[in-house]
Design a protein around this ligand. Structure first.
Ligand code: ZN
Length: 351
């Protein structure tokens, strides 16, 4: 009788020990997981309204429509940001209809800083462009290219404002920039390469922005925000670019020019949140607004879908082909990504 009881008790004790052990381990794991704020969800009403407004007409670099879009973005984000700055620049561009001639165009980059409190003098810079492609015939409304990423950044500022009085207090700040003049003025995106006498015809705004960063001796990079756009002159830890992130069945492209560490971190976040694979196809050499930052050795990533190109640079890039669900997915992984980088910038430099 005694030995039967002993043999019955042993497995029960083992099972109880395993249950308690698992519980303690799980709770430890939970508390050691860094907290990056309440779960962010893209505000679909706010984003759709902004996307409708921005993509109601084409708005090319140097056009009057682009001035209206610039004013609309500034007006929309001002209540949510610490300060909004217009960075004005004038540049020479080729004339598509007469290749041996040029004209001067004034462009406007928009810079805004999130209200989230932070501990140190460093920033994660997040960018998008906000101009549309000029077509030889018809109009490109640019709902995906560049509307999707423009509203994503606007919604980020809205959300960060809503948590600015919480105890979320990362090491670095989050700064946002909307570039003007990403699209080539000539009809092909790299047509200028066929005319050796001409000059690079795209990424006008980002090249100007990167060229006007201040040199500094930071912990993570050698460049800081210039005084003209941020009086605190924060060191730029990383540059995160979003472009064309609103296609149905979004599949991101693996870019050769993006930082591998940043790609790994973003992919691990994406894979923990989504059933679908993040990347499609092999590595591609993507020329976009991140290149001027890559050239300055600032760790950069281009989060872009160059697989879904049916409506790219044509008159079908309108809101009916933008999937708010796919945009939400990239936005949600992106928010965790930028908050993680701002909270622990050293993870980028530990490898
Ligand atoms: Zn484009």
């Amino acid at each position: 009788m005694k030995s039967t009881l002993k043999y019955t008790l042993i497995p029960i004790i083992i099972v109880i020990t395993i249950i308690i052990g698992t519980f303690v381990f799980y709770n430890r794991l939970k508390s050691s997981r860094p907290k990056y704020g309440p779960d962010y969800k893209l505000d679909t009403e706010f984003s759709l309204e902004a996307l409708k407004t921005i993509s109601q007409d084409s708005h090319e670099f140097g056009s009057t429509n682009q001035l209206s879009v610039k004013n609309y973005i500034i007006e929309s984000i001002s209540p949510f940001s610490k300060g909004t700055v217009e960075q004005t620049f004038t540049t020479r561009v080729p004339v598509a209809e007469a290749l041996d001639t040029h004209r001067f165009v004034t462009g406007y980059n928009i810079f805004a800083k999130s209200k989230l409190k932070h501990k140190k003098n460093c920033t994660i810079l997040i960018g998008s462009h906000y101009d549309t492609k000029k077509l030889p015939k018809g109009k490109c409304l640019g709902a995906n290219d560049s509307g999707s990423s423009s509203v994503l950044l606007m919604d980020y500022l809205r959300y960060l404002d809503s948590i600015s009085n919480s105890d979320i207090n990362p090491e670095c700040s989050l700064s946002f920039v909307w570039f003007d003049g990403e699209e080539a003025v000539l009809f092909g995106w790299n047509e200028w390469k066929n005319y050796p006498d001409t000059y690079q015809d795209n990424t006008y705004g980002s090249r100007y922005f990167a060229a006007h960063l201040e040199s500094c001796t930071g912990k993570y990079s050698r460049y800081c925000l210039p005084e003209e756009i941020s009086s605190t002159r924060e060191e730029i830890v990383a540059f995160i670019l979003f472009d064309m992130v609103g296609s149905y069945n979004l599949r991101l492209s693996r870019d050769l020019n993006s930082d591998l560490g940043l790609q790994d971190i973003f992919a691990s976040i994406w894979n923990s949140k989504n059933q679908t694979k993040i990347y499609k196809g092999s590595y591609v050499d993507i020329e976009d607004d991140h290149i001027p930052f890559v050239k300055k050795r600032i760790k950069s990533i281009d989060i872009i879908d160059l697989n879904n190109l049916d409506h790219w640079h044509n008159d079908q890039d309108n809101i009916e082909y933008v999937s708010i669900q796919d945009l939400s997915r990239v936005a949600e992984s992106g928010m965790e990504f930028i908050l993680r980088l701002a909270s622990k910038p050293q993870i980028l430099y530990s490898k």
